[in-house]
Structure formats: structure tokens, C-alpha cells
Design a protein around this ligand. Structure first.
Ligand code: ADP
Ligand code: ASP
Ligand code: MG
Length: 412
């Protein structure tokens, strides 16, 4: 029988009623003749609560125990979903990651899926089981320890299962009815897209649009998984939601397809470092060794052989970055006068494959922000995106102004 993957996020399984509603959706697909693999998240808020308990118990926690604890939310919803389906007379059972097994790397809290053997689940399908409910976000390392895939990781579990089982489609059920031109929570002018190209979705996700985990889009693109985002709160037709697909499948699109934002950014400036060959390696090597995810980088013009180096990283890595730089200074690898951390910034990005062939997008973006009196602190560009760092207090205003300026409320 053809296989379908259906993933339900935290708000879609937030309580027993919602689990029932999700199970009914699953029942509709089972009735159509699909064998269904359901991937569930933890009930909304649960993962945050578990992370909070870990931090309170042990600030410098053992990452293996973090994963053991934080993965548990999904176990509860997987069992409850299987029971709900059984109550509807649909043959179903739950699977935790290790039981499948979802084999991952040992990078705790940021593990990558390496392999999902399909024999165990397929054997059950062959025996008449119609739904395999799998706990998302988790797997097992080569050492036999429980791992998790990073926040939002159930999306990646879903796509990885769709690839491993050659599913007809991977449906991501969430609390919005698709991918929008920007986060619909920021402006009611945000418009739902019927289709979005993998490359654009990849950029939007990695620049902060949390509707899909970045890695899930990467996997879908590489394995040609038919990926759809849709609402678990409405009745759904077969073409509902947003299809994430190859560029060639999209006939018309705006130059800019979407605006993303990321609230938790910090701008760090090393004041007065020596302007010499090897200085960048001496700074960014230790940062990388300390696990700091550096994003944007600017090196200012040098004066008297000294320069300022500015970079951005997630706010929760500022302490780690500061320590890495102080340690490098103490060991004589680098020298600087001061390290200034600005933790009140946000990143705003415009994304669109149309930028490849059309110029003037950056100029329009900068002019729009300047008309709003928003100062740009750092700029970064790639072929299909332009990102700026601005004061966090202007974040919403900047997203709304850019959404208006690029007329994203109107279809191409
Ligand atoms: P789930 O719990 O189902 O995984 P998430 O909270 O992770 O759901 O992702 C859905 C949320 O993503 C939406 O509620 C929305 O606020 C946010 N979001 C951010 N950018 C976008 C966008 N461009 N389109 C749709 N939703 C977006
Ligand atoms: N429950 C996990 C999280 O909140 C994984 C997920 O929902 O995708 O990050
Ligand atoms: Mg999510």
C-alpha cells in the first residue's frame, strides 16, 4: 500500500481533544488506503518545561542526560496518539526512536539522522498494522544513547521517514495553514503561498522562519520528498496548504518571496585587534572550537595596523563567545582592547530566487529601512537573500515596512 507521512506539531497535539482531532485526520487517509506513518511532537510547552528542568538541575549539564530528558515529551504523545487510533478501531502502535531504530550521529541536542532501516515498521504494516506512530525529534547514537535533533526537529524526523519509506507525500500539520510571505503573527497582511521553492524555504527557515526546521527542508530537497505544510485546525482538501517544491514547478513569483526575522541575535565587536595575516583564523578558530555559531562577519578598515572585527551569533552563545575570546587573549593568540556585546539586535532578511536576475533589491531594502528611521548595523548578502541587523525594538516595524515595500500582500 502507498505510504503517507503525517507530522503533527506541538499545538496540534496540545491536549487530548486535539490529539483526537489529529487522529481523525489520520483516519481519513487510512480510509483512502494509505499506510500512515504519524510523527508527533511533544504537547506544546512541554519541551520548554523539560529544558527548564534540566537547566535548573544542572547549568553545565551532561548533554546525554539532556537528550534523555528532553526527548521524553514525544514519547507521551506517541503513546496517546496510538491509543486514540486504537479507540477508533484503527490498528496502530507507537514507536520510540530507538525502537525503529532512528540511527543518528552522537552530536547530542543537534544530532543528524544517518539511517532509518524500514524493516521493523514494514513488517508490522505487512501484518495489518495501518498506522505507525513515531516519536519525533529523537534517535539513538552509535553508542546506544538517546539523541535529539535540535529544536523543531520533528519536522526533520518526518521528512527522513518520508525519504526512507518512499512516501507519496510528507504532510506537516501545524497551527498555520501554510507558509506565508512572513510570519502571520507579525502582520495580518502576510499572504499564504501556494508553492515555495526548496531554496527559498531553506533560506527562510535558516534565517528564522520556524515553520519548518532548516534541516528538514535540506533533506526534502536532496531526497525529492513532496513536502506540504498545512493546518491541523481546518478541514483539508488534497491541495490545501503550501507545497514546498522544485523551482521549475513554480510559474510566477515575486522578486522577493518572503521576509524572515530572527529575534535572538547578538552583535559582538572586538575593538582594536592587530590587522595581520592569520587574525581571522585566530579569532574564529577558537569561537568555532567553543561551539559558537558565527553568522555575519565584518572587518573594519585598518588604521595604524589595528582594526575592529564584528560578528553576530545567537544571544544564548554570547557568554561562550566571550569566554573563548578572553581565553584566546590570555594565551596570547590574539590581543584586543575591548569586547562589546550588543544583545539587543534582531536580524531581518529578504529572500527570493528572483534576486538572481533582478538588481535593486538591496537598494530598495535599505531605502525602506532608512525611511522608517531604522539604522542598519550589519549587512550580509548571498545570491538569493539580503540580511540586516537592526535594533530589536524595530524588528516588527522593519518586517512590516519591507513586506509593504516589496508588495508581498499581492501575488505576482
Ligand atoms: P509546530 O509546533 O507545529 O512545529 P511551530 O511553532 O514550530 O509549529 O511553527 C509554526 C509557526 O511558525 C507559526 O505559528 C508561525 O508563527 C511561525 N512562522 C514563522 N514564519 C512563518 C512563515 N513565513 N509562514 C508561516 N508560519 C511562520
Ligand atoms: N518538541 C521539540 C521542540 O519543541 C521538537 C518539535 O516539536 O519539533 O523543539
Ligand atoms: Mg516546529
Amino acid at each position: 500500500m502507498p505510504v503517507l507521512v503525517m507530522k503533527f506539531g506541538g499545538t496540534s497535539v496540545a491536549n487530548l481533544d486535539r490529539i483526537k482531532r489529529a487522529a481523525k485526520r489520520v483516519g481519513v487517509e487510512v480510509a483512502k488506503g494509505y499506510d500512515v506513518i504519524v510523527i508527533v511532537s511533544a504537547m506544546s510547552g512541554k519541551t520548554n518545561e523539560l529544558v527548564g528542568w534540566v537547566n535548573e538541575t544542572s547549568p553545565l549539564y551532561d548533554a546525554r542526560e539532556y537528550d534523555a530528558i528532553v526527548s521524553s515529551g514525544e514519547n507521551v504523545t506517541a503513546g496517546l496518539m496510538a491509543l486514540t487510533l486504537q479507540e477508533m478501531d484503527i490498528p496502530a502502535r507507537s514507536w520510540q526512536g530507538w525502537q525503529v531504530p532512528v540511527k543518528t550521529t552522537s552530536a547530542h541536542s543537534a544530532a543528524r539522522i544517518e539511517e532509518i532501516p524500514n524493516e521493523n515498521i514494514n513488517a508490522k504494516f505487512a501484518e495489518g498494522m495501518r498506522v505507525a506512530v513515531v516519536a519525533g525529534f529523537q534517535g539513538i547514537s552509535p553508542e546506544g544513547r538517546i539523541t535529539t535533533l535540535g529544536r523543531g526537529g520533528s519536522d526533520t524526523t518526518a521528512v527522513a521517514f518520508a525519504a526512507a519509506f518512499e512516501a507519496e507525500r510528507c504532510d506537516i500539520y501545524t497551527d498555520v495553514d501554510g507558509v506565508y510571505t512572513t510570519d502571520p503573527r507579525i502582520t495580518d497582511k502576510a499572504r499564504k503561498l501556494d508553492k515555495i521553492a526548496f531554496e527559498e524555504m531553506l533560506e527562510l527557515a535558516s534565517l528564522g522562519a520556524k515553520v519548518l526546521q532548516t534541516r528538514s527542508v535540506e533533506l526534502a530537497m536532496r531526497n525529492k520528498v513532496k513536502l506540504r505544510v498545512l493546518s491541523s485546525f481546518e478541514e483539508q482538501s488534497d491541495d490545501a496548504g503550501t507545497l514546498v517544491c522544485a523551482e521549475e514547478e513554480i510559474m510566477e513569483s515575486n522578486v522577493v518571496s518572503g521576509i524572515a526575522y530572527s529575534r535572538d541575535e547578538a552583535k559582538m565587536t572586538l575593538v582594536s585587534v592587530a590587522d595581520r595575516p592569520g587574525i581571522a583564523a585566530a579569532i574564529f578558530g577558537p569561537l568555532s572550537d567553543a561551539g559558537v555559531n558565527v553568522d555575519m562577519i565584518i572587518q573594519n578598515i585598518a588604521e595604524d595596523g589595528r582594526t575592529d572585527m564584528t560578528f553576530s551569533c545567537p544571544t544564548d552563545q554570547v557568554k561562550r563567545a566571550e569566554k573563548a575570546m578572553e581565553d584566546a587573549k590570555a594565551s596570547g593568540e590574539i590581543n584586543f582592547h575591548d569586547l562589546i556585546a550588543d544583545t539587543e539586535v534582531a536580524k531581518i532578511s529578504a529572500v527570493g530566487i528572483g534576486m538572481r536576475s533582478q538588481s535593486g533589491v538591496a537598494a530598495k531594502m535599505f531605502k525602506t529601512l532608512s525611511d522608517e528611521g531604522v539604522n542598519i548595523k550589519v549587512i550580509a548578502t548571498s545570491e538569493i537573500k539580503i540580511s540586516v541587523l537592526v535594533d530589536r525594538k524595530y524588528m516588527e516595524l522593519a518586517v512590516q515596512a519591507l513586506h509593504d515595500a516589496f508588495e508581498l500582500d499581492k501575488a505576482a
